[in-house]
Ligand binder design. Structure first.
Ligand SMILES: Nc1nc2c(ncn2[C@@H]2O[C@H](COP(=O)(O)OP(=O)(O)OP(=O)(O)O)[C@@H](O)[C@H]2O)c(=O)[nH]1
Ligand SMILES: [Mg+2]
Length: 101
């Protein structure tokens, strides 16, 4: 879960995610990114969070999906977790970013 309104720390989140995914043990994991605080006016859009997190550059073996959430109301969280069985977008499917907004 990342704070979409904390623009500076999105870079830190990006670096942490990409670093973690270089670990051998994590090489086959799927990634669900919850772009939280979507209700705040200064929040980056889900598309923008995906771009800032550089999701499209994750290794091709890594399936990922991004979902906008509001952790206060719960919006998006159920959808994000309950859709986990659905195929995630592969990193090569850049068009997936647009479909997720
Ligand atoms: N408006 C809004 N507020 C949220 C949301 N999720 C969490 N919060 C509020 O954010 C506050 C906590 O902020 P966080 O960013 O999680 O934590 P922090 O104190 O900034 O500490 P860090 O973990 O270092 O970022 C609490 O008051 C939560 O109620 C959300 O989706 N929308
Ligand atoms: Mg914070």
């Amino acid at each position: 879960m990342v704070d979409s309104s904390d623009h500076d720390r999105l870079e830190e989140a990006r670096d942490q995610l990409h670093q973690m995914l270089t670990e051998d043990l994590l090489k086959n994991v799927s990634v669900l990114v919850l772009a939280n605080k979507q209700d705040l006016p200064k929040a980056a859009s889900v598309t923008r969070v995906a771009e800032k997190m550089n999701l499209a550059s994750l290794p091709h073996s890594c399936k990922w999906r991004i979902e906008g959430t509001n952790a206060v109301s719960g919006e998006g969280i159920y959808e994000g977790i309950c859709r986990r069985q659905e195929p995630l977008h592969s990193a090569s499917a850049c068009a997936g970013i647009a479909r997720l907004t």
